[in-house]
Design a protein around this ligand. Sequence first.
Ligand code: PEP
Ligand code: MG
Length: 538
Amino acid sequence: MKVAVEMVRERLISREEAILRVEPAQVDQLLHTRIDPSAKVEVLATGLAASPGAAYGKAVFDADRAEAMAKAGEKVIMVRIETNPDDVHGMIAAEGVLTSRGGRTSHAAVVARGMGKPCVAGAETVLVDLQNRRFTAGGKTVYEGEEFTIDGSTGRVIAGKVPTIQPELSGDLEQILRWADGVRRLQVWANGDYPRDAELARGFGAQGIGLCRTEHMFMEQARLPIVQAMILASSTEERKRQLDKLLPFQRGDFYGILKAMAGLPVVIRLIDPPLHEFLPSFEDLLVEVTQAETRGDPEGSFADKRTMLAAVRSIREQNPMLGLRGCRLGLLFPEIIEMQVRAIMEAAVQLTKEGVDVHPEIMIPLVGAIEELRRTKGYLQKTVDAVLEEAGIKVPYKFGTMIELPRAALIAGEIATEAEFFSFGTNDLTQTTFGFSRDDAEGKIIIPYVEQKILPSNPFETLDRGGVGRLMNIAVIEGRQTRPDLTVGICGEHGGDPASIAICEKLNLNYVSCSPYRVPVARLAAAHARLAARDADR
Ligand code: PEP
Ligand code: MG
């Protein structure tokens, strides 16, 4: 990078040549700790390279202990079969995360990428024994407190403590990225849920927030009990009472993120995951209640658990990712999304009154039929109008949708009659186009498929141009036929992958959105894509 910048200064090469001499993967290396290439390593297992960077630390198997050990000054790596929102405080404390189950869009992978921490996910040959606090891989057993290393850039799990090289941020990188900004057509936005993500993303050069997943806010410790009471409410009135308690929290969340992104668009997605994700696991509850019964514990000591078990059982689905989630939730329980939209608009009103320029964009997930969008918008428009009328001021806002089901892509022309913007949710779109579970298929099917050359690459990592890309192309063209000024972006994990960014350039998207730490990589990749597309046109 240094050589490239200096050669431009000495007029030996053009800026464009300098941009092309730096690979996006090299930017990634500069931004993350990496394994010293001269070190001898003993690889115990290989999982998915879920979040780049290398880290070593003592193995620890639960979040509370990870936090306690980190507080005592120890470096730890958190090892779990898979993570859930209860693990986040441990992930914050840990140097990195290893899971034996889950894909690139699993909780561990997405949260670690958002935090800029290394993560190896879905390492299926790592046998995690939580009860005995140890894992076995490659014929070795690593007990709690023993050091090991992960390389989230390659997916390797390595024995012992391996020397690493720290990132070397330099002015040369900034220079190359500024030149890249002058070349690229695609905007680069970021996925982020909190003001701290937004600030970080802005610092890296993000031009908007392309995905704020509001449910992550629901999962915070202080709010989860209210969310659970809301889900388990036996009447609409009771549900509304709980939602009233959540409203100030959400308003505060949106106030923070809209303020941090002043002057720039913030796409806020309404609640998306199946409701059981907010409740304790069915299996765990079943085991606990059965054990209590077998032991003959007094009824009163586990009555709450039994009630929760019955509730979880009643909302359980065989295929939750194809079930009651996304806009379907909002249609069956409109009061949930009405609360969210009230919170968004009240925050926007407050900021506008304080002189802050805000651009909230309300995004409705998992739409597959035009009537879903029309009706949802119908409810929500009333809420928006009510808030703006109460406030007596105008605030710019938009309604749009995710395109994350094949059917949505195929009827995009119709959807664009109601949506002012589209954002491709390529995690779900890949899952539903291939029929591959985004939670399990990578480790179990896709890695062997790629090894055996049945597939050229992992479609959850790099967009599948021939299938998913074709659906996207239909959606872009037919959406813009209906609404020529339709803004179209991508917010699935592919938005930070250079090869996928090249496809997004060809599809003529307006922006890509990725985790904050990927923004510099995406800025360079978008410039490469532009230069390649221009050369192809010549
Ligand atoms: C997607 O499906 O690509 C997406 C961004 O939404 P989520 O990962 O939250 O389902
Ligand atoms: Mg999705």
